[in-house]
Write a protein that binds this ligand. Structure first.
Ligand SMILES: [Zn+2]
Length: 219
């Protein structure tokens, strides 16, 4: 049974690779946002606590998040249903809480898989999007917008939205790095980290991931 944590920066293609793994190994993707919404809809004790944090505009505590995960994963263990954690853990204390929760269930992570893409490449990918001023169509220019390029749909002028600008992306990247670098170091120290080179086409990268899983007998 696969219990997977996926790590990778914004623009690493982590989401699409998660979908490949999900299909190949019949996994369930557990996104913390969806789990919280479900728990609140159920109006469970944990759901009520989570809601009171959110009403105050605060982040839901790690203890509540782990409590929710504990219920769901216990159910998955009983059914033999493997899973991918998406968006959790984001910090070292969350990773510690996760491993201790798994320990109580008598199991451990299959792996924490890092899709490793150099920062400069992530910035290049993320800042490649241009938007048409007239019809809002978008186009990607990973190698920079050619001079004089216009919208292919309507011939309108192209501009970069605030979110797509290099400066905004560099900011996002520094927030990501601040949280994730210690997390990567933590899993490496626990000998749970596997790294896949995130350079190349989508198919090349999923090929590397599936090879790694076969080699490590993760299934
Ligand atoms: Zn246009």
């Amino acid at each position: 049974m696969i219990r997977l944590v996926l790590l990778g920066g914004p623009g690493s293609g982590k989401g699409t690779q998660a979908d490949v793994l999900k299909k190949k190994y019949a996994l369930v993707k557990l996104s913390t946002g969806d789990l919280l919404r479900q728990e609140i809809a159920k109006n469970s004790e944990l759901g009520k606590q989570a809601k009171s944090f959110m009403n105050k505009g605060e982040l839901v505590s790690d203890a509540i998040m782990i409590g929710i995960l504990e219920h769901i994963t216990a159910d998955f263990e009983a059914k033999g249903q493997g899973y991918i954690l998406d968006g959790f853990p984001r910090t070292v204390p969350q990773a510690e809480a996760l491993l201790s929760m798994l320990g109580k269930q008598g199991v451990t992570l299959s792996t924490a898989l890092l899709i490793d893409v150099p920062e400069e490449e992530l910035v290049r990918r993320l800042s490649s999007r241009w938007t048409c001023v007239r019809c809002s169509a978008t186009v990607g220019y990973p190698d920079g917008k050619p001079e004089g390029a216009v919208c292919a749909q309507c011939g309108g002028e192209l501009y970069q939205r605030e979110d797509d600008k290099r400066e905004t992306i560099l900011n996002r990247m520094s927030v990501y790095k601040k949280n994730t670098e210690p997390l990567i170091a933590y899993f490496r120290e626990k000998k749970m980290l596997e790294r896949v080179d995130g350079f190349g086409t989508f198919e090349e990268i999923s090929g590397r991931i599936l090879d790694l899983f076969a080699k490590k007998n993760i299934r």
